[in-house]
Design a protein around this ligand. Sequence first.
Ligand SMILES: Cc1ncc(COP(=O)(O)O)c(C=O)c1O
Length: 432
Amino acid sequence: MSLLAGRIAALGTENAFKLGEDIQRCLDRGLDVVKFNLGEPDFDSAAHINRTGIEQIEAGNTHYCDPAGILPLRKAISNWIGATRGLDVDPSRIVVTPGAKPPISFTLLTYVDAGDEVIYPSPGFPIYESWVTFVGAKPVPLHLEEERGFAFGPEDLARLITAKTKVIILCSPSNPTGGVLHRDDLRGIAEVIRDRCGPDVRVYSDEVYERILFDGETHASIASEEGMEERTVLVSGHSKSYAMTGWRLGWAAVPTRQEAQVFKQFNINIVSCVPPFVQEAGRTAYESPETQPVVDKMVEAFQRRRDWIVPALNDIEGMRCQMPKGAFYVFPNIAGVCESLGVVEAHQAMPPEVRARTNPSNMFQMFLLYRYGVATMDRNSFGAIGAEGQHYLRLSIATSMESCQEGVGRMKEAAADREGFARFLDEEKLWG
Ligand SMILES: Cc1ncc(COP(=O)(O)O)c(C=O)c1O
């Protein structure tokens, strides 16, 4: 009998959290680290939202509450969905969760049996692949190609749908590519799903970056397309749009009351409820007129940084970076750098068991961190299945303009430091 249950081996992770240990090691060595790794706004939650939370605690709203979420917040979410997606969702179909992450596991556990197939974007949020493998489903990555602006067409999705497809995951705006699905894209995708999937197939629509859009883009949801509300698990939350990552607040709007009951039951089994004072603060985020200007200010800052950093990255020999349309990430292709620094070569020369522990993007990521004090995320942190030969980094621009400038300056030096890379490999022996 072994200590850990067999299923634990199938559980993935989110490297953005794991990287903390490497960053700490670098800090302990006296390196100052520019952090492009974090998937959270560098803004604090707004004063008017904080005030609600504090007042609610002081008023004694500190007890257990409805595991589905307090009704006033579910009503506020329903109104928000109505205003932004044109849908009339009864609050009985909405479940409040501690962040927008739990609905991923709830969805996989609710709808998917071992052997079913789940289609999900790759690169995409890593927790999709983690839960798909954990529940014993067959992972079917929908590869987003740079040449096509990290977009995909209905025909790409159609090719992956089989009789075993049970859940199709979409994410717009996208982490990590910053790609945005427009109304026209969604219309075609919805048509394929209506034509090719039975009524019990669910679309998981991750819209957690819904308010972080650039160049005047507007948010569109697949749930608004004809016949899709009844198939879509629509998910969003407060972490990104309202800079409330540490509050842990998100929600799912599901097709039926029965499904909402299952999600509620997961809350009961795992967390009981989301703290009521957190939910009241979340309600303020939706209902207060003070919110919009705060969101606008944050999004403008992200857009200014994007407008600076994309050309700066494109200016680095061997890098190529597209202009994201939403979220707060840039996702440069670093294949040229991996070639010119000898990273690909060094990876190929590793013994097979060592080689399997890393990949060229990861090796360059670690070189940047350990030798230049720049923390980024590598391609495989966004879904490893089928990602061989893809060389990208994700940089979060949720950090000050000064940090962006300092970090990119260091990346430029690193990208030209072939000798430094060879020394780094010899000295650190990170992969054994
Ligand atoms: C696409 C996507 N979905 C969900 C989440 C989880 O958000 P939360 O912090 O609200 O759980 C994240 C966080 O990085 C994300 O990028």
